[in-house]
Design a protein around this ligand. Structure first.
Ligand SMILES: [Fe+2]
Ligand SMILES: [Fe+2]
Length: 286
C-alpha cells in the first residue's frame, strides 16, 4: 500500500470518528451582540493603519464583524469549486484508491459552507462577491489534477492559520469562534492529505511534462498565492464598516510593511513546502 493510500485510510477513520451533524453544532442565536469581536483584532486587514487607529473601540468591533463575513465568504468561494472538483474526481481511475477519503473531504466541505453561509446570511444578509477569475486552458496529462490539489492546499493552509488563531482567541464572539474551531478540526486532516497528494501527483506526472509546462505551473501557483491573499483585503468590507475611500484604503493596507510581514509569517511553512519542491519561484512578492 502506498504512503498516500495509508494516509487516506487513516484520515477516513479519523473523519468517521469526528463525524458532525452540522444542524446540531451551533445554536444560531437570533441576533448577535455587535459590541463584540468577531475577528481577531491583529488579523484585521487594515490593523495598524492610521485609519484603523482613529476608530473607536466600538467601530473597530463593527469592522471586525464585516471582516469575519469576508473571511467566511472567501471560504465559501474556495469551497464551492472544491466540492465541484472533488465530485468530478470521485472514482476517477487515477484517484480511485482514495475515493473513501474524497467522500469525507467532500462531505466536510459541504458542511463548512453550511456554517459559513449560515453566519453570513443570518447576520449580514449576504455573502461578499467572488472576485477570482478562472481562465480555461489546455493541460498536459495529470496537470489539471495536480493544479487542483495544489491550489486547494494553498488556499486551505492560509485559512487554517487564521482558524487556529481565532479558535484560541477568547475575545471572540462565541458563534464566530466555534465556526473557526470546527473548521480547523476538519482542515487539519485536509492539510495532511493536501500536502501528500500534491507531492504524489507531481512525482507521478511531472517527469512527462516539458520545461515550459513546469515553468508555467510555477508562475501560476505563485500568482495564485498572491491572488488568494488579495481576497483578505476587501473594499466592500471597509464601505460596510462606514470607512472613507475604501479602494485607497485597500491599496495602502496591502502595501503596508506590517501586513506584508503578517502574510509572510502566516504563509511561511507553506512557502517553505512549495520552495523545497521547486513549485514556486524565488521572486514571489507577498
Ligand atoms: Fe473547508
Ligand atoms: Fe478543507
Amino acid at each position: 500500500m502506498s504512503k498516500l493510500e495509508e494516509t487516506s485510510k487513516k484520515l477516513s477513520a479519523a473523519s468517521c470518528k469526528s463525524y458532525q451533524n452540522p444542524y446540531e453544532y451551533l445554536d444560531w442565536p437570533e441576533q448577535l451582540d455587535r459590541e463584540q469581536w468577531f475577528f481577531s483584532e491583529e488579523l484585521i486587514s487594515i490593523y495598524g493603519s492610521p485609519e484603523y487607529e482613529s476608530l473607536s473601540e466600538s467601530q473597530k468591533k463593527q469592522l471586525s464583524f464585516f471582516e469575519a463575513v469576508n473571511f467566511f465568504s472567501l471560504n465559501i468561494h474556495g469551497e464551492k469549486p472544491l466540492v465541484e472538483g472533488l465530485a468530478r474526481r470521485l472514482y476517477s481511475r487515477e484517484l480511485k484508491d482514495y475515493a473513501d477519503y474524497l467522500h469525507h473531504f467532500l462531505d466536510e466541505e459541504n458542511k463548512h459552507m453550511i456554517y459559513f453561509g449560515g453566519f453570513c446570511n443570518r447576520y449580514a444578509g449576504k455573502i461578499y462577491r467572488d472576485k477570482k477569475l478562472q481562465i480555461p486552458r489546455d493541460y498536459e496529462a495529470g496537470e489539471e489534477d495536480f493544479l487542483f490539489f495544489a491550489k486547494v492546499m494553498i488556499f486551505e493552509e492560509i485559512v487554517d492559520v487564521y482558524n487556529l488563531r481565532m479558535a484560541a482567541d477568547e475575545r471572540l464572539e462565541n458563534t464566530s469562534r466555534k465556526i473557526n474551531r470546527i473548521h480547523h478540526l476538519d482542515e487539519a486532516r485536509h492539510l495532511v492529505f493536501g500536502r501528500q497528494i500534491t507531492e504524489h501527483l507531481y512525482e507521478k506526472y511531472s517527469k512527462e511534462w516539458c520545461s515550459e509546462t513546469i515553468e508555467r505551473l510555477r508562475e501560476y501557483l505563485g500568482n495564485y498565492l498572491v491572488a488568494t491573499w488579495k481576497e483578505y483585503y476587501n473594499p466592500d468590507v471597509y464601505k460596510d464598516a462606514g470607512l472613507n475611500s475604501p479602494y485607497e484604503l485597500m491599496e495602502r493596507a496591502w502595501k503596508s510593511q506590517d501586513r506584508i510581514a503578517l502574510r509572510q509569517q502566516v504563509s511561511a511553512s507553506l512557502i517553505k513546502y512549495l520552495r523545497e519542491r521547486n513549485l514556486i519561484g524565488e521572486e514571489i512578492q507577498l
